[in-house]
Design a protein around this ligand. Structure first.
Ligand code: PLP
Length: 340
């Protein structure tokens, strides 16, 4: 079996076309904003998402953090989901970098409820921090997607209270595909959105943060402040352009492969998968196996990588390079492990 990596869709390598484009990329100095390839990527991303402007940033985390800094003032409160990447996996950066208080809400299956968000907006009370931002995620880190209708309900609440909304769209294109919506419609519900070029789209590095011109000008300044003002970024953005132009049409393959994997896993004794939760390229499987903690190491010896088991659940992610045959191979190995 070839070396397979189900840990994440961040593990993909640049395609041959990307490497070629990177080698040939026309470059300048992006701090002076004269790197033509970076400017091209930013214009393309803004157009695709229907926003005024975009900024190339090294990571999804930096995109989210710059958005939070640019929308708020220290001492503000941002409403987030308890399960969100911003709250769970960004090292508490919002408190350190932006001086934000994070108001964490829990939603069934992570799907936002506009009424619950509205109830969490602070009144104008001298004792309370002002609500300065609402943060959404789509697709959610749990592999589900948020409908356009729900996004619009949150948007209506935010607008009624004059509060900006940022969307962590690390996998926004996956969400748009599942929902059969134009990505512009989803982005149209928020004031800013960051999308990853390196999650399932094969670019080696980077995300694009999109929003109004004034918002992106602020984010650009903060990016410099954090040491993220880079120079010949055209080398990276050349791959990013291909991520947005050539890699999107094949995302549906990853979704289909994930669903196939989920169906195979669900047939293995002691493994349960909520098939309704498999909406993008991620499968969360629950293992009622006494020796489950040993599975990642056992598979690694057989050149298959998976993430660690948390509370008996393992996440499997499909991506470029993982075929239906590969997931059949994984399912066969899991059966072998179960039998021993
Ligand atoms: C939903 C979500 N947001 C943000 C990020 C952060 O991206 P990065 O690892 O590029 O900082 C990730 C990373 O996996 C993610 O899954």
């Amino acid at each position: 079996m070839k070396n397979l990596d189900f840990r994440s869709d961040t593990v993909t390598h640049p395609t041959p076309a990307m490497r070629e484009a990177m080698a040939r990329a026309e470059v300048g100095d992006d701090v002076y904003q004269d790197d033509p390839t970076t400017n091209r990527l930013e214009t393309l991303a803004a157009e695709m998402l229907g926003m005024e402007a975009a900024l190339f940033v090294p990571s999804g985390t930096m995109g989210n953090q710059l958005a939070m800094m640019s929308h708020t003032r220290p001492g503000d409160e941002a409403i987030v989901s308890l399960e969100s990447h911003i709250f769970e996996h960004e090292v508490g950066a919002a408190a350190v970098l932006s001086g934000l208080n994070l108001r964490q809400l829990t939603f069934p299956n992570g799907i936002y409820d506009a009424a619950q968000i509205e109830a969490a907006i602070r009144p104008d009370d001298i004792h309370e921090p002002p609500t300065g931002l609402i943060c959404l995620e789509n697709a959610l880190a749990n592999g589900r997607v948020v409908t356009l209708e729900t996004m619009r309900e949150v948007q209506a609440v935010a607008q009624a209270h004059g509060i900006p909304v940022h969307m962590d769209g690390a996998r926004l294109f996956h969400a748009a595909l599942t929902l059969n919506e134009d990505v512009k419609a989803l982005a149209g519900c928020v004031d800013s959105v960051s999308c990853c070029l390196s999650k399932g789209l094969c670019a080696p590095v980077g995300s694009v943060l999109c929003g109004s011109k004034a918002f992106i000008a602020r984010a650009r300044k903060y990016r410099k402040m954090l040491g993220g003002g880079m120079r010949q970024t055209g080398i990276l953005c050349a791959a990013g352009i291909l991520a947005l132009t050539e890699m999107l049409p094949r995302l549906s393959e990853d979704h289909e492969t994930a669903r196939y994997l989920a169906e195979l896993l669900a047939q293995i004794p002691g493994v349960s998968v909520d098939l309704d939760s498999v909406q993008i390229n991620m499968v969360f499987a629950s293992f009622d196996w006494p020796n489950i903690a040993q599975l990642p190491a056992w598979l690694k010896e057989r050149e298959v990588l998976i993430g660690d088991c948390h509370n008996s659940v393992i996440r499997f992610v499909t991506h470029y390079g993982i075929t239906k045959r590969d997931v059949e191979g994984l399912a066969a190995l899991l059966k072998e492990f179960y039998a021993c």
